[in-house]
Design a protein around this ligand. Structure first.
Ligand code: AMP
Ligand code: MG
Length: 336
């Protein structure tokens, strides 16, 4: 298959591909999504094939107008209304009881569906000209999510019909996922809308244990995506918790031809090992925005071992930590 590179002026063509049951990678404010008609099970099945995504990992359905939610869900509770009012369009996905119209391919056999209203103008235009779109991140399953059209091209060239280039994604990490299908709302995946913001809007919100910890043997994932190794470069990543000095001491002792530090700007003067900087330890939004591109850079530069300095877990830092700990396959070293 020849993958075409499209731009804003080609939006009608992109919509046409979707309506014919094809696949288009589209920019959103979080990461690039690999989109298909959400109500066409056969089209959605192609997403799983192109990504190599396990069929039991459900997809998020993207809308471009709040009225579209009614055909997708059985219930839209009051708290969903409050969250929609506050955070849509934006990087928040809500899990709700699904309508019978949702194909099994989208919900992976669950009784719920994930819905998001993205804010990116091109995503909204594409949906407005076509239909609600099922779209997971447009990377090969397991690798870091794409935040530029070039990342998508690297992973998906020859596997999908088209890539709609909308430049770099602003948030850089996938959406926050909250379920409203449990008695108490529960955060399943942290993202651009923070736990603090959610609690301020609707009161009690539980934190799913899988956000911070590996699932225990035999434990069922509330969000199936959380059980897979994710976001990982080919290099072996270890997350290192500790101060600037202890981090630098630890990595300097391990300097060799293939190792690098994924560090904060403040660490740089202390390092005697190649490094890739995530920016200031205080600039959490910048860390979120750069993380996936940096994980791809690790492989481009040929590093085989990466020691990543652990970020703070407040605000959007919780999302950065959640992705990094998965990129590290939960390999964490705590220094004194
Ligand atoms: P991705 O689109 O690749 O960013 O992944 C979407 C995330 O949302 C995955 O972790 C899914 O497991 C999760 N998800 C999607 N639909 C549901 C659902 N109905 N219930 C729980 N988690 C879901
Ligand atoms: Mg993904």
């Amino acid at each position: 298959m020849n993958t075409r590179l499209l731009h804003e002026q080609d939006i009608a063509e992109a919509a046409d591909i979707i309506l014919k049951g094809g696949l288009v990678a589209m920019p959103t404010e979080t990461v690039y999504g690999l989109a298909a008609d959400a109500l066409n099970g056969q089209a959605v099945a192609k997403i799983f094939a192109a990504k190599g995504r396990p069929m039991d990992n459900p997809l998020i359905v993207h809308i471009a107008d709040l009225s579209q939610v009614t055909e997708l869900v059985r219930e839209f509770p009051e708290k969903a209304g409050i969250l929609a009012e506050k955070f849509w369009p934006g990087p928040l996905t809500m899990i709700l009881p699904k309508s019978p119209r949702i194909p099994d391919e989208v919900s992976a056999g669950l009784d719920t569906v994930a819905v998001r209203f993205p804010s990116h103008p091109l995503a909204r235009k594409l949906i407005a000209r076509s239909v609600p779109l099922a779209a997971p991140s447009a990377n090969l399953s397991g690798s870091p999510s794409p935040t530029t059209a070039q990342h998508v091209f690297h992973d998906m060239n020859g596997r999908i019909d088209a890539i709609l280039d909308g430049g770099e994604c602003t948030v850089g990490l996938e959406s926050t996922v909250i379920t409203l299908a449990t008695p108490v709302p529960k955060l399943l995946r942290p993202g651009g809308v923070t736990l603090e913001q959610l609690r301020e809007a609707i009161g009690e919100v539980e934190l799913d244990p899988a956000v911070l910890h590996p699932l225990e043997e035999g434990q069922k994932a509330a969000s199936p995506g959380m059980k897979y190794k994710h976001y990982a470069p080919k290099a072996d990543v270890t997350l290192v918790k500790g101060s600037r000095e202890s981090f630098a001491g630890f990595v300097n002792e391990r300097a060799d031809d293939h190792a690098a530090a994924l560090c904060f700007e403040e660490d740089i003067p202390l390092l005697h090992i190649p490094y890739i900087s995530m920016g200031s330890s205080q600039a959490q939004e910048e860390q979120a925005n750069r993380l996936f591109a940096l994980l791809r850079e690790v492989d481009e530069k040929g590093y085989r071992i990466v020691y990543a300095h652990c970020p703070s877990r407040t605000g959007i830092g919780l999302a950065v930590y959640n992705r990094m700990i998965r990129a590290a396959g939960f390999e964490v070293i705590e220094l004194a």
